[in-house]
Design a protein around this ligand. Structure first.
Ligand code: NDP
Length: 261
């Protein structure tokens, strides 16, 4: 699967704006940071552990002619999320765009699910969205307009057996999006994307089973797995003026595998 589509973004799409992307050292976050930079935004690359990867993303963004910094922060922790929001503001003097992307995918059958696994997933996927939004909204409100995108999942709409914690976190992101969309109107638009399978480090272990991977492919009408860039382009659409009359929406990106309203 080609990682990047041939679509090019206008270099002034996000000109003069600052974007924060959580979990941008790899996967969907990395692809989103690169597209934001292509569109002219200065980018804050958040990561948890992968400093080297994050610094590489910074360099790639800078090569596109924008400014970028990497900030280590565990966004499941309110104090660290606040630190990330503050460092972005100190470096760039403004925050316009926020992508709550950092996430983990761990589960277990309900009888075996420990409190630790439940809490890790809920905190990393859902609490982080609250902490980052709370940390960034005061700065975004100072601008004429701003936009926030939550990276949810098909699991947040139709559930996922043996990952009830993950499904609950992703469903929570969707209702959080809808609540904030009306709360933060008219200045800040808030939307979510709900991707299906994307072949990233997160799901690669389960695709080591070739038979399982083929069964997943067979379940996708477009007959392909999403590339990270497919998600990044949808996020950029929702962050840009291309979607200036859209708020509180969930954009499904799943190759037709799950037809959700
Ligand atoms: P990856 O595992 O490839 O990347 C996860 C990113 O999140 C990494 O940059 C990681 O940083 C960061 N991260 C994890 N925990 C924290 C934390 N506590 N604080 C800060 N950063 C953190 O995942 P994907 O790109 O596949 O997933 C991105 C989003 O897309 C997630 O929200 C996921 O749930 C969602 N999604 C993914 C799907 C898929 O099939 N892959 C399908 C549907 C939704 P580091 O590298 O430093 O550890």
């Amino acid at each position: 699967m080609a990682e990047r589509s041939n679509v090019a973004l206008p270099s002034n799409l996000f000109e003069g704006k600052t974007a924060i992307v959580t979990g941008a050292s790899r996967g969907v976050g990395r692809a989103t940071a690169l597209r934001l930079a292509e569109g002219g935004a200065n980018v804050v690359i958040n990561y948890l552990k992968s400093e080297e990867n994050a610094l590489e993303v910074v360099k790639l963004c800078q090569n596109k002619g924008v400014e970028a910094i990497a900030v280590q922060a565990d966004v499941s922790d309110m104090v660290e999320a606040q630190k990330l929001a503050r460092q972005a503001l100190e470096r760039f003097g403004r925050t316009d765009l926020l992508v709550c992307n950092a996430g983990i995918w761990e589960g277990a059958p309900i009888e075996d699910m420990t409190e630790e696994v439940w809490n890790n997933v809920l905190n990393t996927n859902l609490k982080s969205a609250w902490a980052m939004t709370k940390g960034c909204v005061p700065a975004i409100k100072k601008q004429a307009s701003g936009a926030i995108v939550m990276v949810s999942s098909t699991a947040g709409q139709r559930g996922e057996a043996n990952y009830s914690n993950y499904a609950a976190s992703k469903g929570g992101q969707i209702s959080f999006t809808k609540a904030l969309a009306s709360e933060l109107c008219p200045k800040i638009r808030v939307n979510a994307v709900a991707p299906g399978w994307i072949e990233t480090a997160m799901v690669r272990p389960v695709f080591e089973d070739e038979e399982y991977k083929q069964s997943v492919l067979n379940s996708i009408p477009l007959n392909r797995m999403a590339a990270t860039d497919d998600i990044a382009l949808a996020i950029c659409f929702l962050l840009s003026d291309w979607s200036r009359h859209i708020t509180g929406e969930v954009l499904n990106i799943n190759g037709g595998a799950v037809l959700c309203g």
